[in-house]
Design a binder for this molecule. Structure first.
Ligand SMILES: Cc1ncc(C[n+]2csc(CCOP(=O)(O)OP(=O)(O)O)c2C)c(N)n1
Ligand SMILES: [Mg+2]
Length: 613
């Protein structure tokens, strides 16, 4: 079949399917793209040929920013439990490098996205082309090489003959739960438009079976022995529980054996907040309940977690516990010198049925439930009140959002959400905290809505994050994809402001204030109207100035058919203080007494840091 490389690529992608548990879906649901000279004549032309209405169409979506396209693909793929994703096509140069941040975010969160940056001419005859890097050491280096370290598979298609093998490798990595992440095929602009005679089989419908690797019998036996020998086990549920669809298996296992379940950001909702074994968030942004148990547990059963520093409180949290790590990726299963159980989470949890009626210590299960009740009381205290503090905003939203999805990524809200949000299931809680990327919120929320159009999507975004990347409101409006965007304005970076103060950096550069008479950024608040900005991008806007008006606005936004921004200014009002540390180094020498005190406290905390050998 004589087609250009770009036409062949598009035709191939439209024929790829994923399958797990007997359910098939399109592996690549569509293509986001921003065109320039590096892709308009190649992929642009190919996509134009296969638009809506053609059999086996590959739908095209226009975004405003290439980084945002990748965020949207991630939001989509995470919601679809990594079984379906989007491709993103860009021009060469800045369009391509704009995707580097999105690629890192995808790879760190272990979420599949397919990136198709244009690249400079393979023939080089026209070079240096507009936007070409020109590395004097090698003509083989282009800006796209910046995507290599953030991609789980990277290839550059310099000749048409290379395409089939690269495509097959790309699909394999996208659908491998242990290896998945950003997959990049760099496409030189001349090669995209070049014709070739392709074998018909390349375009046959192809199904990629997503594995549920069963635990190896010997490893399972070791795991069961560890569990049987434990009296105070604590389960740490990570994102892998959600991706594996293992929530029911987890609730059944924990219910039977009496082990409390703590949750990471990606694992939040693994068991519902009112489940008898629930003890909530663990780590630096954890609940007092989960953190107390973590300190006393003799066995941590990590399920699908990558043990970020937030989870382990920078390796200070889990007293003397042993680790048993259930993970589909050996890389994660090996962490903290854990007993490795390399397996699909659901398969492993079901295999724990072999424990029969083994149970944790009676007192342990009872105390966990007691601590969880205490935490719920603390939550109702801080999330109700007459002032619009952030916890009050979250409490109101938690009521209104009900069976909706909350989306967030950076600032002070992820921590507050992790502590305070009462999640009913993982798909309802979408906080990107692997990369915690400011600007993910609206673009990622758009992906969530694309993946689950039947659900109400509530995007929570701070003023700082909003100013980094608000432009995808336009895409939401254009596509008729309705989002409720709750824009929380506190005039700057509340999170980093607090952190700055605690490490002696005096809140430098963390408030949106005018340059004042002192020459510093300490004047009046910068006169900026973010609500008007949102309206100008095409959203409906509702302003709330108190808890009751916020409830009304959120309800109205929920009921509306149009993308609506609920603008709210918050007053300081913290969530319950953290009960676990986070390692952020403080200056070792300074003239400032406050810094010296902070350093002393830092050094004291650091003594509790363990190598987990
Ligand atoms: C792209 C990016 N740049 C910088 C940071 C570091 N950072 C984390 S939170 C934050 C401030 C966020 O401000 P805002 O969205 O207003 O949330 P707030 O802290 O006020 O809750 C910054 C600068 C980041 N996470 N992502
Ligand atoms: Mg802010």
């Amino acid at each position: 079949m004589r087609l250009t490389v770009a036409q062949a690529l598009v035709r191939f992608l439209a024929a790829q399917w994923s399958e797990r548990d007997g359910v098939e879906q399109r592996l690549v649901a569509g293509v986001f793209g921003i065109f320039g000279h590096g892709n308009v004549a190649g992929l642009g032309q190919a996509l134009a040929e296969r638009g809506a209405g053609t059999g086996d169409a590959l739908p095209y979506y226009l975004a405003r920013n290439e980084q945002a396209m990748v965020h949207t693909a991630v939001g989509y793929a995470r919601t679809r439990e990594r079984l379906s994703t989007f491709a993103c096509t860009t021009s060469i140069g800045p369009g391509a490098t704009n995707m580097v941040t999105g690629a890192a975010l995808a790879t760190i969160n272990r979420v599949p996205v397919l990136l198709l940056p244009g690249d400079v001419f393979a023939t080089r005859v026209a070079g240096p082309v507009l936007q070409e890097l020109e590395d004097p050491r090698s003509y083989d280096v282009t800006v796209n090489d910046a995507l290599r370290p953030v991609s789980r598979f990277f290839d550059r298609i310099n000749r048409p003959e290379q395409l089939p093998a690269a495509l097959l490798a790309a699909m394999r990595v996208l659908t491998d739960p242990a290896e998945t992440g950003a997959v990049t095929l760099a496409l030189p602009q001349d090669v995209q438009a070049e014709a070739y005679d392709w074998p018909e089989e390349l375009f046959a419908r192809r199904v990629w079976h997503v594995a549920r690797p069963a635990p190896e019998p010997a490893a399972l036996a070791r795991a069961l022995e560890l569990i049987r020998g434990s009296r105070r086990p604590l389960i740490v549920a990570g994102g892998g529980v959600a991706y594996s669809g293992a929530c029911e298996a987890l609730a059944a296992f924990a219910g039977r054996c009496g082990a409390p379940v703590a949750e990471t950001q990606a694992g939040k909702g693994a068991v519902p907040y009112d489940h008898p074994r629930w003890v909530g968030a663990v780590g630096h942004t954890g609940t007092a309940a989960a953190n107390e148990l973590a300190r006393e547990a003799d066995l941590v059963i990590g399920v699908g977690t990558r043990y970020s520093d937030f989870t382990t409180a920078s390796r200070t949290l889990f007293g003397r516990a042993r680790f048993l790590n259930v993970n589909v990726a050996a890389f994660d299963a090996a962490k903290n010198s854990g007993e490795m159980l390399v397996a699909d989470a659901r398969a492993a949890l079901e295999a724990f049925g072999a424990l029969g009626d083994w149970r944790a210590e009676e007192g342990w299960t009872g105390r966990a439930a007691e601590l969880a009740r205490g935490w719920h009381e603390q939550v109702s205290l801080v999330t109700t009140g007459e002032e619009l503090t952030q916890p009050v905003v979250l409490g109101l939203l938690n009521e209104v959002a009900r069976d909706g999805v909350v989306v967030n990524a950076a600032g002070s809200m992820p921590g507050d959400l992790h502590k305070l949000w009462m999640a009913r299931e993982p798909r309802g809680y979408h906080v990107e905290y692997g990369y915690s990327c400011m600007g993910y919120e609206i673009a990622g929320g758009l992906g969530v809505k694309l993946a689950a159009p039947e659900r109400e999507v509530f995007v929570l975004v701070g003023d700082g994050s909003y100013l980094m990347m608000a432009q995808e409101i336009v895409t939401a409006v254009q596509e008729g994809l309705k989002l409720v965007i709750v824009l929380v304005d506190n005039h700057g970076f509340a999170s980093i402001g607090g952190l700055s103060e605690s490490v002696g950096a005096r809140r430098l550069g963390t408030a949106y204030r005018m340059r004042g008479a002192t020459g510093e950024l300490d004047g009046a608040f910068v006169p900026v109207d973010l609500a008007a900005n949102a309206a100008s991008l095409g959203a409906d806007v509702l302003r709330a100035d108190g808890p009751e008006s916020l409830r009304v606005a959120l309800t109205k936004a929920r009921e509306s058919a149009r993308t609506t921004v609920v603008y709210v200014e918050t007053v300081p009002g913290p969530a319950p203080a953290t009960t676990a540390w986070w390692d952020v180094p403080v200056a070792e020498v300074s003239e400032d007494d406050g810094v010296r005190r902070a350093r002393a406290a830092y050094e004291a905390a650091k003594r509790d840091q363990r190598p987990y050998l």
